[in-house]
Design a protein around this ligand. Structure first.
Ligand code: CMP
Length: 137
Protein backbone atom coordinates (compact mmCIF):
# COMPACT_ATOMS: atom_id res chain seq x y z
CA UNK A 1 0.00 0.00 0.00
CA UNK A 2 1.28 3.47 -0.86
CA UNK A 3 2.41 5.43 2.18
CA UNK A 4 3.91 8.85 2.83
CA UNK A 5 6.82 9.35 5.18
CA UNK A 6 9.12 12.19 6.19
CA UNK A 7 12.85 12.33 5.54
CA UNK A 8 14.96 14.99 7.24
CA UNK A 9 18.45 15.58 5.92
CA UNK A 10 20.05 16.97 9.07
CA UNK A 11 22.42 19.92 9.53
CA UNK A 12 25.61 17.79 9.52
CA UNK A 13 24.80 16.26 6.12
CA UNK A 14 23.60 19.59 4.71
CA UNK A 15 26.76 21.37 5.85
CA UNK A 16 28.91 18.60 4.33
CA UNK A 17 27.04 19.06 1.01
CA UNK A 18 25.62 15.53 0.90
CA UNK A 19 22.04 16.59 0.04
CA UNK A 20 22.38 15.74 -3.65
CA UNK A 21 23.87 12.30 -2.99
CA UNK A 22 21.17 11.44 -0.44
CA UNK A 23 18.36 12.54 -2.79
CA UNK A 24 19.94 10.51 -5.57
CA UNK A 25 19.93 7.36 -3.38
CA UNK A 26 16.29 7.99 -2.40
CA UNK A 27 15.22 8.35 -6.03
CA UNK A 28 17.27 5.33 -7.09
CA UNK A 29 15.30 3.27 -4.56
CA UNK A 30 11.99 4.31 -6.10
CA UNK A 31 10.68 6.93 -3.66
CA UNK A 32 8.63 9.71 -5.18
CA UNK A 33 9.42 13.16 -3.80
CA UNK A 34 6.12 14.97 -3.11
CA UNK A 35 7.22 18.06 -1.16
CA UNK A 36 10.52 19.68 -0.18
CA UNK A 37 11.27 22.39 2.38
CA UNK A 38 14.57 23.90 3.51
CA UNK A 39 14.45 25.51 6.94
CA UNK A 40 16.25 25.86 10.25
CA UNK A 41 14.91 24.34 13.48
CA UNK A 42 14.61 26.61 16.48
CA UNK A 43 14.21 25.26 20.03
CA UNK A 44 10.40 25.60 19.96
CA UNK A 45 9.96 23.72 16.70
CA UNK A 46 12.48 21.11 17.84
CA UNK A 47 10.53 20.49 21.06
CA UNK A 48 7.31 19.98 19.07
CA UNK A 49 8.90 17.75 16.43
CA UNK A 50 10.85 15.64 18.96
CA UNK A 51 8.19 15.75 21.70
CA UNK A 52 8.68 12.05 22.52
CA UNK A 53 12.35 12.72 23.39
CA UNK A 54 11.81 15.82 25.56
CA UNK A 55 13.29 15.22 29.01
CA UNK A 56 15.62 12.41 27.90
CA UNK A 57 19.28 12.81 28.79
CA UNK A 58 20.30 13.24 25.13
CA UNK A 59 17.65 15.87 24.34
CA UNK A 60 19.86 18.97 24.97
CA UNK A 61 22.49 17.58 22.56
CA UNK A 62 19.80 16.80 20.00
CA UNK A 63 18.33 20.32 20.24
CA UNK A 64 21.65 22.08 19.89
CA UNK A 65 22.61 19.87 16.94
CA UNK A 66 19.29 20.27 15.09
CA UNK A 67 19.31 24.08 15.55
CA UNK A 68 22.87 24.60 14.35
CA UNK A 69 22.15 24.82 10.62
CA UNK A 70 19.76 24.14 7.79
CA UNK A 71 17.64 21.00 7.46
CA UNK A 72 16.03 19.68 4.29
CA UNK A 73 12.62 18.03 4.76
CA UNK A 74 11.22 15.76 2.05
CA UNK A 75 7.82 14.08 1.94
CA UNK A 76 8.36 10.73 0.24
CA UNK A 77 5.82 8.33 -1.20
CA UNK A 78 6.00 4.68 -2.22
CA UNK A 79 4.65 1.27 -1.18
CA UNK A 80 5.60 0.56 2.46
CA UNK A 81 7.50 3.88 2.53
CA UNK A 82 7.91 4.12 6.33
CA UNK A 83 9.77 0.82 6.76
CA UNK A 84 11.66 1.08 3.47
CA UNK A 85 13.06 4.48 4.38
CA UNK A 86 14.09 3.25 7.83
CA UNK A 87 15.85 0.25 6.27
CA UNK A 88 17.66 2.56 3.87
CA UNK A 89 18.69 4.95 6.68
CA UNK A 90 20.14 2.30 8.99
CA UNK A 91 20.28 2.24 12.77
CA UNK A 92 20.49 5.22 15.13
CA UNK A 93 23.35 3.47 16.97
CA UNK A 94 26.57 3.77 14.89
CA UNK A 95 27.84 0.26 15.71
CA UNK A 96 24.57 -1.28 14.46
CA UNK A 97 24.51 0.48 11.06
CA UNK A 98 24.65 -1.86 8.09
CA UNK A 99 27.35 -0.93 5.55
CA UNK A 100 25.94 1.15 2.71
CA UNK A 101 23.01 2.58 4.66
CA UNK A 102 22.63 6.36 4.53
CA UNK A 103 23.61 6.85 8.18
CA UNK A 104 26.60 4.53 7.78
CA UNK A 105 27.82 6.55 4.80
CA UNK A 106 26.84 10.11 5.73
CA UNK A 107 26.26 10.03 9.50
CA UNK A 108 28.79 10.09 12.32
CA UNK A 109 27.70 9.72 15.94
CA UNK A 110 24.38 8.83 17.54
CA UNK A 111 23.20 12.47 17.49
CA UNK A 112 24.85 13.72 14.29
CA UNK A 113 23.45 10.85 12.26
CA UNK A 114 22.83 12.62 8.95
CA UNK A 115 19.15 11.88 8.50
CA UNK A 116 15.82 11.11 10.16
CA UNK A 117 12.92 8.98 8.97
CA UNK A 118 9.49 8.70 10.60
CA UNK A 119 9.16 5.56 12.75
CA UNK A 120 5.48 4.78 11.99
CA UNK A 121 2.63 5.85 9.74
CA UNK A 122 1.15 7.81 12.63
CA UNK A 123 4.44 9.61 13.32
CA UNK A 124 4.82 10.34 9.60
CA UNK A 125 1.44 12.05 9.47
CA UNK A 126 2.20 14.11 12.59
CA UNK A 127 5.74 15.03 11.55
CA UNK A 128 4.69 16.05 8.03
CA UNK A 129 2.04 18.26 9.61
CA UNK A 130 4.56 19.83 11.99
CA UNK A 131 7.08 20.65 9.27
CA UNK A 132 4.74 21.50 6.41
CA UNK A 133 2.31 23.46 8.47
CA UNK A 134 -1.01 21.70 8.81
CA UNK A 135 -0.38 20.51 12.39
CA UNK A 136 -1.72 22.71 15.19
CA UNK A 137 1.42 23.83 17.04
P1 CMP B 1 16.26 10.63 14.87
O1 CMP B 1 15.93 9.50 13.97
O2 CMP B 1 16.12 11.99 14.31
O3 CMP B 1 15.35 10.51 16.19
C1 CMP B 1 15.76 11.04 17.44
C2 CMP B 1 17.15 11.56 17.42
O4 CMP B 1 17.76 11.75 18.67
C3 CMP B 1 18.04 10.53 16.73
O5 CMP B 1 17.76 10.45 15.36
C4 CMP B 1 19.42 11.05 17.12
O6 CMP B 1 19.81 12.14 16.30
C5 CMP B 1 19.18 11.62 18.53
N1 CMP B 1 19.73 10.77 19.60
C6 CMP B 1 20.78 11.08 20.36
N2 CMP B 1 21.01 10.14 21.27
C7 CMP B 1 20.08 9.21 21.11
C8 CMP B 1 19.81 7.98 21.76
N3 CMP B 1 20.55 7.52 22.79
N4 CMP B 1 18.77 7.25 21.30
C9 CMP B 1 18.00 7.69 20.29
N5 CMP B 1 18.23 8.86 19.62
C10 CMP B 1 19.27 9.62 20.04
Amino acid sequence: MKQRTLLLIKPDAVEARHVGEIISIIQHHGFEICQVKVFRFDPDLCSIFYKDHLGKDFYPRLESFMCKGKTWALVLEMDDAVQRLRDLLGDVVPEKRKPGTIRAVFGHGITDNGAHGSDSLQSAEREIGVIFGSYPQ
